[in-house]
Design a protein around this ligand. Structure first.
Ligand code: HEC
Ligand code: HEC
Length: 196
């Protein structure tokens, strides 16, 4: 699985010609302010409302890749393709450096943990190898996103789309992982990850 993923990362990097310019989190912060990313994703990258994902602590490569996919209209997730228009590669890298540097944390409206669902989610995660790619801490790495502390309903939304094959513009790893997973299981996985 690791080998497959390395090949995938290399293919993606080649496909989008990953820029190597120095990243500048301070410039990224100014640009995020100017472009008002915080209105939806939270002033410190922790989203306070549905259906926005938190971005704080996301690996820079993940944010960079997704922003390029949005800009090229290869990932169709409104309103992001419109938001990403006109951004140059260097600006996207700056934005990514900014969000990667922000300390991650739970959504301000996160509810109490439900012990039974946390247990179910942990067991499913074990069975389906989520931690092999997303890391056992679910902090993500490279082009693989952080899941720990993400908004629960965003996780449900993303996982349901992967299972149903309706998340356009992503690679197929997650479709394979989520094949045949039930709604109840998706709920448990999302609850568990959101509580990390
Ligand atoms: C009007 C609200 C809004 C604004 C402003 C906005 N976003 Fe988003 N963003 C969203 C929503 C909603 C999603 C999730 C879309 C989906 O998956 O259906 C998203 C998704 C993303 C993702 C993918 C995250 C993931 O975990 O898959 C990134 C990266 C992102 N936005 C970055 C930015 C940046 C950088 C800016 C500022 C340049 C910005 N967004 C401005 C609403 C917004
Ligand atoms: C083979 C490696 C691999 C495994 C195993 C895996 N993932 Fe992923 N996951 C990825 C990659 C790569 C992405 C980014 C894919 C894309 O382009 O959408 C991703 C994306 C996601 C996202 C979207 C997050 C966001 O912010 O947009 C969620 C949620 C997710 N995975 C949850 C899980 C869960 C839960 C499991 C276990 C049931 C799991 N993953 C197992 C590789 C993996």
């Amino acid at each position: 699985m690791r080998t497959r993923l390395t090949t995938l990362a290399a293919a993606l990097a080649a496909a989008v010609a990953f820029p190597t310019a120095a990243q500048d989190a301070a410039q990224g912060a100014a640009l995020a302010e100017e472009r008002n990313c915080g209105a939806c994703h939270g002033a410190r990258g922790i989203a306070a409302q549905s259906p926005m994902p938190s971005l704080a602590g996301q690996p820079a490569e993940f944010v960079t890749l997704q922003m390029i996919l949005f800009r090229e209209r290869l990932r169709d997730a409104p309103p992001m393709p419109d938001m990403a228009q006109g951004l140059e590669d260097g600006q996207i890298e700056d934005l990514a450096a900014h969000f990667a540097a922000l300390p991650p944390g739970p959504a301000p409206d996160r509810g109490e943990a439900d012990a039974a669902r946390v247990r179910d989610g942990a067991a499913l995660s074990q069975k389906l190898n989520c931690g092999v790619c997303h890391l056992p801490s679910y902090a993500g790495r490279a082009q693989i996103p952080r899941l720990a502390g993400q908004r629960e309903e965003y996780l449900v939304h993303a996982l349901t789309q992967y299972r149903d094959g309706t998340r356009r513009g992503s690679d197929t790893n997650m479709n394979a992982v989520m094949y045949g997973v039930t709604d109840a299981e998706i709920g448990a996985l999302a609850h568990y990850m959101a509580q990390r």
